[in-house]
Write a protein that binds this ligand. Structure first.
Ligand code: R5P
Length: 280
């Protein structure tokens, strides 16, 4: 059975269709003191596929509860699909005394499942932080299917780390050119972006990143574009916190296309096909 976390109900439903599995009845509740209780009263099967984007601390805890509930309900094998892995960006010690948060959460998740599927993690090496086998799948190419008809498109990555995502979308789209900016991060929500080399004036530009969180990276990149014909944002994980939407609008974004690894109004592309491949 597919067991959806409350943050991944759309993707879980699409995955159930894609793999011809049933969706478990999951009850999400809270005690008066605020503690959560996620339960699987109708679980019936040998294998559980828990699907839960850990977009916030509550979702992290819910994922651990669902894994445990499935084991208690008799699941012999538990696969945990983490559509968006929170804390994955803290994948090293960047200052004295800091934790490697990605390792801490990966270890906790590993205790409750037999294998993990990660969708387009920020750094694929995060897979090594788990104590169970991990399959890494990439949903970026699926974004190409949502793009409108573009003339002579330019696919731009806001930093060197996102080039592989821009290349993947460009390849899947079938034609276009790729380039990238150079990004310097000054704080959690302040970045500066140095110009790219390719001419954007009068062209259809698609700025591609793995994550849009505060929108600081995207809006800085788009500010650096010289009069594009249209500006489209494509990202795998539309985390979109704080004023990210209005920030993108103010930067002049015409449309945002994203996958359902994080459930947002712009999550029109399902990542279910690539997850289904990993499950089979
Ligand atoms: C970092 O390198 C990632 O690829 C994204 O660029 C980053 O997480 C986006 O965050 P924000 O929207 O807050 O700038």
């Amino acid at each position: 059975m597919i067991v959806p976390g409350s943050t991944s109900q759309s993707l879980a439903a699409a995955l159930a269709v894609e793999t011809d599995r049933r969706v478990a009845d999951v009850a999400y509740d809270r005690f008066p003191d605020g503690e959560q209780l996620a339960a699987v009263p109708g679980f019936d099967g040998d294998e559980a596929v828990v699907v839960c984007a850990t977009v916030d601390d509550a979702a992290h805890l819910q994922l651990l509860q669902l894994q445990d509930a499935c084991r208690e309900a008799g699941a012999e094998r538990i696969t945990t699909v983490i559509p968006y892995m929170g804390y994955a960006r803290q994948d090293d010690v960047f200052d004295i005394g800091q934790p490697i948060s990605a390792r801490a959460v990966a270890r906790a998740i590993s205790t409750g499942c037999d294998r993990v599927v990660l969708i387009s993690p920020h750094e694929p090496a995060v897979a090594d932080r788990f104590d169970v086998p991990v399959a890494v799948v990439d949903a970026a190419p699926l974004l190409a299917g949502a793009l409108p008809s573009l003339a002579d498109p330019l696919f731009l990555a806001p930093d060197a780390g996102a080039v592989e995502f821009a290349d993947a979308v460009c390849d899947a789209y079938g034609h276009g050119e790729t380039d990238h900016f150079e990004k310097t991060r000054h704080s959690g929500s302040k970045v500066s972006v140095d110009p790219h080399d390719t001419e954007a004036a009068g062209r259809d530009v698609v700025v591609v990143d793995d994550i849009v969180a505060t929108g600081a990276t995207m809006s800085a990149a788009i500010d650096g574009l010289d009069k594009p014909a249209q500006t489209v944002v494509a990202c795998v994980h539309p985390v979109l916190v704080r004023n990210a939407r209005s920030r993108l609008a103010r930067a002049g974004v015409d449309a945002v296309h994203a996958t359902d690894t994080v459930e947002q109004p712009c999550s029109t592309v399902t990542a279910a096909p690539v997850v289904a491949d990993a499950l089979e």
